[in-house]
Write a protein that binds this ligand. Structure first.
Ligand code: URA
Length: 210
């Protein structure tokens, strides 16, 4: 662990996360909570975006008003659970470009297998926010960051709901400068690669496919 890991301990985030962990929480509420937490995490993943002053006129007087500098951010979702974070992030960043990376986990090796990759242009000029609710083994996230870097991305932040220490260590070893924003750092991975205590399979709970 190092200072590239940020745990968002805001009470609203923690409250909503506990509701998501509860196995009795139904799909619709689970999905809504994922969206709400994504909006709250968006605050942290964008907190250091550069601003530039632009002249505007309020109803009272002219002023120099700060607006985001440079190209719009890019959100990159690791399919499919990452899509559970997209709507919330897009609610507060409607101007963002969106990319998708399809990786499934080989259940025998726990290694990621790529089946899809479509990323926005000019990634090198954008803040790239990689979204995946579960940072478990870290293998998928590390592979996704590899793909983003190959496409020119340099300013990359990972946003997740839950991280396992094993996943954080793996991702930090592969990409030491990457900032990771998570709502919680859980205890460990189990033998199947699930985060413990966790919340179960995020994709199944988001999309009701359990
Ligand atoms: N993916 C999930 O959906 N849940 C876990 O606990 C680990 C990986």
């Amino acid at each position: 662990m190092n200072d590239t890991l940020q745990i968002v301990i805001h009470p609203l985030v923690q409250h909503k996360l506990s509701l998501m962990r509860d196995k009795t929480t139904p799909t619709a509420l689970f999905r809504q909570l994922a969206g709400e937490i994504a909006m709250l995490l968006a605050h942290d993943v964008t907190r250091d975006l550069p601003l530039i002053d632009r002249p505007i006129e309020t109803p009272l007087c002219p002023m120099q008003a700060p607006v985001l500098a440079g190209r719009n951010p890019a959100l990159v979702s690791i399919l499919r659970a990452g899509n559970g974070f997209l709507d919330g992030m897009l609610t507060v960043m409607p101007m963002a470009r969106v990319g998708f990376i399809g990786l499934y986990r080989d259940e025998a090796t726990l290694q990621p297998v790529q089946y899809y990759c479509k990323l926005p242009a000019d990634l090198g000029a954008r803040r790239v926010v990689l979204v995946d609710p579960m940072l478990a083994t870290g293998n998928s996230a590390a592979a996704a960051v590899d793909l983003i870097k190959q496409a020119g991305g340099r300013d990359i932040v990972m946003a997740c709901l839950l991280a396992a220490p094993e996943g954080v260590a793996r991702l930090q070893a592969a990409h030491p400068a990457l900032r990771i924003v998570t709502a919680a750092l859980d205890d460990r991975l189990d033998a199947r690669g699930y985060i413990v205590p966790g919340l179960g399979d995020a994709g199944d709970r988001l999309f009701g496919t359990a």
